[in-house]
Design a protein around this ligand. Structure first.
Ligand SMILES: [Zn+2]
Length: 336
């Protein structure tokens, strides 16, 4: 497999171009570590001033019980993000876990351990599995999102994340929380989106791109997971999506060390790119068979480019085989 000589993006990645030295267009447009540090500090300050403005004292009426609604998968990065909200910023957190029927038992235990340790409230949202099954099986054969989405994630992952985002947003509106927290790694989302004000028009168009294809698959059953007009009416206040890992230091070794101090244990049943999801191996395999490249290639390339992991470690992550037993388990549960 021919790959970019700087990151790990392969020659069959959809929008890739190489220069004479085998360096890809993404590496060429990367602005370098120094500019990245400036950007990080800019966004960190932005978030810190928003905390002051939004929580001391509350400008919202009635004052919310929680400062941040955290989308908590129980994985490494979201656990670390929870720690940042709790211990770096001292925020009141409501954690919400989306259980798609394939949450690793290790992740469930980690979620319980960490929420108990921090003394935070936690909700599990588990949609009916017959509906999820329809969506996941349809996502095996078709990509019904924009072409660009297949560069960033498998269609199965995109379907799942669409539900996570809108269920979380709906809950944040209901709970009147000013911030929604995500644990995106530096490869998953750019610094520029780490402190983002949510705007009604943007949400409407983004919701459409998930709602319309999923409605075709599962019909009226998907309605409870998306915003309705009464939710949009309540969007007249500011809500911010925050993924703080983007503007703070990201070092995998120290993240593992810190979360293990909290009692988090490395799952023994997930693949090399997930620390909570059993569906991931299968989703990766489907994507590789269909498009010829790993759905985590873009994310891992971002981690390599920003120096979080070495190129060799990156290649190892995307070339490691999927767990066959887990894939069997997923196939039998989805009846495929
Ligand atoms: Zn590259």
């Amino acid at each position: 497999m021919i790959r970019c000589t700087k990151c790990i993006l392969p020659v069959n990645f959809p929008s890739i171009k190489f220069d004479g030295n085998g360096v890809c267009n993404y590496c060429k447009s990367y602005r370098g570590l120094e500019q990245q540090e400036d950007l990080k500090s800019q966004y960190r300050k932005k978030f810190e001033s928003l905390i002051k403005k939004n929580t001391e004292p509350y400008t919202l009426s009635p004052a919310p019980h929680y400062d941040v609604l955290m989308a908590y998968s129980g994985g490494k990065d979201s656990t670390y993000t929870l720690d940042i909200f709790k211990n770096t910023y001292g925020l009141n957190i409501l954690a919400v876990t989306f259980d798609h029927g394939f949450l690793s038992p290790f992740a469930k235990e980690n979620i319980q351990t960490v929420c108990d340790k921090f003394g935070i409230d936690h909700i599990t949202f588990k949609p009916r599995f017959d509906m999820l099954k329809k969506i996941f099986t349809a996502s095996i054969n078709d990509n019904f999102y924009s072409k660009k989405t297949i560069e960033r994630a498998s269609t199965i992952c995109s379907s799942c994340m669409g539900l996570v985002k809108f269920i979380t947003l709906k809950l944040a509106i209901e709970k009147n929380t000013p911030f929604i927290g995500y644990g995106w790694s530096p490869g998953q989302a750019p610094i520029q989106s780490s402190v983002m004000k949510i705007n009604g028009d943007f949400i409407r168009s983004s919701q459409k791109s998930f709602y319309n294809p999923l409605y075709k698959i599962a019909g009226e059953d998907i309605k409870p997971y998306f915003l309705d007009e009464s939710d949009f009416k309540k969007l007249d206040r500011d809500i911010y999506n925050i993924h703080p890992i983007a503007f703070l230091e990201y070092n995998e070794e120290s993240i593992y060390q810190r979360i293990q101090e909290l009692g988090w244990k490395q799952p023994q049943d997930t693949d090399a790119n997930s620390t909570n999801c059993l569906l991931n191996s299968f989703a990766n395999q489907v994507h590789i068979n269909k498009y010829g490249f790993h759905p985590y290639a873009f994310e891992i390339a971002g981690l390599v480019r920003s120096g979080v992991i070495s190129r060799e470690e990156g290649i190892e992550k995307i070339e490691s085989p999927q767990n066959e037993n887990i894939i069997k388990h997923v196939k039998s549960k989805l009846c495929v």
